[in-house]
Design a protein around this ligand. Structure first.
Ligand code: NAD
Ligand code: FES
Length: 279
């Protein structure tokens, strides 16, 4: 059982939890993820590691309450326990050897970007960051990111904070103003990563994305997290989650991510009725 040491609400339906998990914290590297089960018999869900401290033995996760399991998780409080917390899983991000990197985080996808930004900043790499969010309330990790990068740019869809528009608008402006990056890392909604990669391909800048498909076992056995990369089948849990964004088939990945939406809605409706609610 894994104790929740801290719980914070970061944005509407977006929560941070710091979990006591010394074995995971000891081995964690930027880009890796964990799979958790809130309770016995519950669904297994993957969540990217948002921070970790090997000496204090904790790992931070940040999640959006989008399905039954994340809502169950969100109802737990400080001092409560999570049944299973397995990891670190996946391959660590390749972050060494760059001079100047632009990191782009969209919404809750900003969370897994933070350990990567921190790692590169500590190694002396020049890191610029773009955070994109729906509105001011959804901008997360602004201060810790600001203290670990050279320049931070913020875009909100509604213009309530930073520049009005998408991350791709800022990306285009930065490149066209003469900024030079030898690598770009983008993490966020699939459509954002697709549009970022479309632009960076035109500019010829290598781009890494982190894929977040449906996962079941997290060990390469079930095939749930299949992604097509350069026409070949890859499994995000063991071959990723990072891939060369210019080679990922985002359209297929987006179709696959919608596969169980109907079942999820049915389960949500059943639980709501069972608890005496109305549809
Ligand atoms: P969101 O829908 O609020 O979008 C965040 C930002 O992405 C927007 O503010 C915008 O700047 C950009 N964006 C959105 N659509 C775009 C488009 N068409 N063109 C260019 N830019 C666009 O994000 P959210 O609701 O916080 O969702 C975050 C997503 O991130 C979820 O789908 C989740 O699955 C994913 N995620 C991915 C990882 C990962 O490791 N890959 C980790 C956590 C979350
Ligand atoms: Fe089963 Fe990746 S989650 S193969």
């Amino acid at each position: 059982m894994y104790k929740i040491l801290e719980k914070k609400v970061l944005a509407p339906a977006m929560k941070l939890m710091r979990i006591h998990a010394p074995l995971v914290a000891r081995k964690a590297m930027p880009g890796q993820f964990i799979i958790l089960r809130v309770m016995e018999g519950g669904e297994r869900i993957p969540l990217t590691i948002a921070d970790y401290n090997p000496s204090e033995g904790w790992v931070t996760i940040i999640f959006q309450e989008v399905g039954e399991t994340t809502r169950d998780l969100g109802r737990l409080e400080e001092g409560d326990y999570i049944k299973d917390f397995v990891g670190p899983l996946g391959r660590a991000s390749e972050l060494d050897g760059f001079d100047s990197v632009l990191c782009i985080g969209g919404g809750v996808g900003t969370a897994p970007l933070y350990p990567q930004i921190k790692y590169m900043h500590e190694k002396g790499t020049k890191v610029d960051v773009i955070i994109g969010a729906r509105s001011k309330d959804y901008v997360i990790l602004e201060e810790p990111i600001r203290s670990n990068c050279s320049n931070l740019y913020i875009a909100t869809d509604d213009g309530s904070y930073g520049q009005k528009g998408f991350v791709t608008d800022l990306l285009k402006q930065l490149i066209e103003s003469g900024k030079k990056y030898d690598h770009i890392i983008a993490i966020g909604p699939m459509i954002m990563m697709k549009m970022v990669c479309k632009l960076t391909k035109e500019y010829g800048i290598p781009t890494t994305v982190s894929m977040n498909p449906i996962m079941v076992d997290g060990t390469g056995m079930c095939g749930g997290c299949r992604v097509s990369v350069d026409g070949k089948i890859k499994y995000a849990c063991v071959d990723g989650p990072d891939f060369d964004g210019h080679l990922v088939d985002f359209d297929e990945a987006m179709r696959r991510s919608q596969m169980y939406k109907q079942e999820e809605q049915q389960k949500h409706d059943c639980n709501l009725l069972r608890m005496g609610g109305e549809l």
